[in-house]
Structures are given as structure tokens and as C-alpha cells.
Ligand binder design. Structure first.
Ligand SMILES: [Zn+2]
Length: 339
């Protein structure tokens, strides 16, 4: 694991802000690390904790007992507060215990660092309980809130922290990290296009299910464009699991958005629509930007039905395929001049 601030990728502004504060001994007692998931926020929090506690180097040496313990998550003065196993929220009890912990003198290090990640997992009462500690910091105490959803934090919490913004990773960084972790070049290219600049997202897609999902997406596109929708309907029948259905629809959405960009002459491509070459040509027969936009709307409607309205995924996807088909058919008829 990287434990040096200078090794954090693509976050020059954030890192130089922290390095300057470290060098001039002007660290804020509470930071809010904000930015997309999977871009190095928590890694930075750990690296900063190491830099604060290292006895050898102002930027962490990686060798001393503090650096080693922080790297392995065993340092008694650095604590990560996260939701309990299997739970989504950080409750008030968790915050109270952490506050008690941070009030005690450092065991062996120079600084006590409490990292709350993700900070937006705190319930309102948990966040309110934290306010006093944020307001009246003790010397040597630091709190780092890590979040990809800063707007869902209480304004009173946000205003007591110094915000450090993190940005999406570059495609080349994600590709490099994926290749280093043993992903093939072809898969890495696909994952980069799905990642939206987030390693977390890239890794979510890096599963054996991906090729299965690509097959289903192909079947749905085929069903939306061929005379007989059977293939798409049997694909829909395989999507009874809600989470899986959502993952497939999101993938399909990526493909359509790529196609829309291509149609609209936007040169940035995630390369996904190319993967479905022949099928896409079929689907494009109607040809217009509007038809692709209509397909996107149909996919989004299905996603909303499943996510928010708790609709049966199979039914939602069947409906979506039918909507996509009618649009394709209408365009075909109008193009050949029949009504
Ligand atoms: Zn060290």
C-alpha cells in the first residue's frame, strides 16, 4: 500500500495543500476529503496520518514502527471509524466511542487521527454528536472526514472542516493501476471506459460477471432491433435479481450514451459501442440522434421503475425492450415512406 503523500496519483492540488500545511506546521484540526469514490481519499488520509506520526521523515519514511503500524492498520493512535460490518450507517454510539478514544493522550505517536469514512454514513444524531469535538479540538487531535457525497453532510459539520477536493483519476492512471494488478490489456481498456475516473467503479466491473453481462446487453440490443424480440425476452427472464438487472441496464446505458455521442459527432468515445459493432449498426438503422435518445429514455425509465418503484426487474426490462422496438419500427416505416 502506498503510504507517501507524494505517491498519490492525479491529486496534485490536494496533496500540495496538505504538504504545505505539514511543512509549515499549520495543519487544520479537521479536514473534509471530498471527491468521487475510489480516487485515493482514504489512502491520502492514511498517508497524512503517517506523515504526522513518523519519527524519521516529515513525509513518512515507511520504515519506522509508526509507519509500519499505520500501513497495517495497527497503530493505536490512528483509527478509522466506519459502519459496523454489514451495516450502512455509523451510529451515535460509534461516534461517542471514537470521541472518548480521541480525547485520551496519544499512546505512542505524536498525533491522534480519527478518520471517518464514509462520513456521509453518519446518521444525523451521530453527526450532531461529533460537532462538539469538531468545535473544541485538543492539540494533537485531528479528524479527517472522507466522503463522496459532501452535500449530504450537515452544513454545521462541513463548515467546521477545511475542505480538500479530490478529482477523478485520469484514464491512463486507471489503466496503469489495472494492468499492474494483473488485468489484461483488453479488459483494462473496457474497465477504464466504465470507470468514470474511479478505481472503485473499475474494480466493481472487474468481475467474472462482466462477460455474462455483455452477452445479456448484446441480447437486449439484438431484441430491440431484430424482427423477433425472443432473444431479448429470454435475456430479461434471466434478470430476476434486482442488483444484477440494474448492473446490466447501467452497462446498456453506457453503450447507448457512447452511441449517442458518436451520432452527435462528439469525438470522446468510451469504445463500448464499438464492441457491439454489427448489432449497433442494426439498431442504428432508424439512424437519428433522437432514436438513440429515446432508447436512453426507455432504459432510464426501466432503471427508475426497478430502483425507486420496486418493479419486478423482468417486467421492467420487457417493457423497455418493447419501447425500444416500437421506436425502431416507427422510424423504419417512416423512412421507407409507409405509415
Ligand atoms: Zn516513519
Amino acid at each position: 500500500m502506498t503510504l507517501y503523500l507524494s505517491q498519490i496519483r492525479d491529486q496534485e492540488t490536494a496533496i500540495s495543500t496538505l504538504q504545505r500545511a505539514l511543512r509549515s506546521d499549520k495543519l487544520h484540526h479537521a479536514y473534509l476529503f471530498e471527491g468521487p469514490p475510489g480516487v485515493g481519499k482514504q489512502l491520502t488520509a492514511m498517508a497524512l496520518s503517517a506523515a504526522m506520526n513518523c519519527v524519521q521523515s516529515p513525509e513518512a519514511c515507511g520504515e519506522c514502527s509508526h509507519c509500519r503500524k499505520i500501513r497495517t492498520g495497527n497503530h493505536p493512535d490512528v483509527k478509522i471509524l466506519q459502519p459496523p460490518e454489514g451495516k450502512r450507517n455509523i451510529l451515535i454510539e460509534g461516534v461517542r466511542q471514537a470521541e472518548e478514544w480521541i480525547r485520551m493522550r496519544p499512546h505512542e505517536g505524536k498525533a491522534k487521527v480519527l478518520i471517518i469514512s464514509p462520513a456521509d454514513a453518519m446518521t444525523e444524531s451521530a453527526a450532531n454528536a461529533l460537532l462538539k469535538t469538531l468545535e473544541e479540538p485538543r492539540p494533537g487531535n485531528y479528524i479527517i472526514l472522507v466522503t463522496a457525497a459532501a452535500s449530504s453532510l450537515l452544513p454545521t459539520v462541513r463548515s467546521r472542516c477545511q475542505t480538500v477536493r479530490f478529482k477523478a483519476l485520469s484514464s491512463s492512471t486507471i489503466a496503469e493501476l489495472l494492468l499492474a494488478s494483473g488485468v489484461s490489456e483488453e479488459e483494462a481498456a473496457l474497465l477504464v471506459s466504465l470507470s468514470c475516473g474511479s478505481m472503485e467503479t473499475a474494480l466493481q466491473y472487474r468481475s467474472e460477471e462482466l462477460s455474462g453481462r455483455i452477452d445479456i446487453v448484446a441480447a437486449l440490443i439484438e431484441g430491440a432491433s431484430s424482427r423477433i424480440p425472443e432473444q431479448a425476452l429470454s435475456a430479461a427472464a434471466r434478470l430476476r435479481d434486482r442488483g444484477e438487472a440494474i448492473a446490466v441496464l447501467e452497462l446498456l446505458l453506457f453503450v447507448m450514451e457512447d452511441l449517442l455521442n458518436a451520432r452527435a459527432g462528439v469525438s470522446v468515445s468510451n469504445g463500448l459501442s464499438l464492441k457491439f459493432g454489427d448489432l449497433m449498426t442494426k439498431l442504428q438503422r432508424g439512424g437519428s440522434v433522437e432514436s438513440v435518445a429515446t432508447h436512453i429514455a426507455a432504459i432510464n425509465r426501466a432503471l427508475v421503475s426497478i430502483q425507486r418503484n420496486n418493479m419486478n426487474p423482468q417486467l421492467a426490462i420487457e417493457g423497455m425492450v418493447m419501447n425500444m422496438r416500437s421506436r425502431t419500427k416507427n422510424e423504419y416505416w417512416s423512412r421507407i415512406g409507409a405509415k
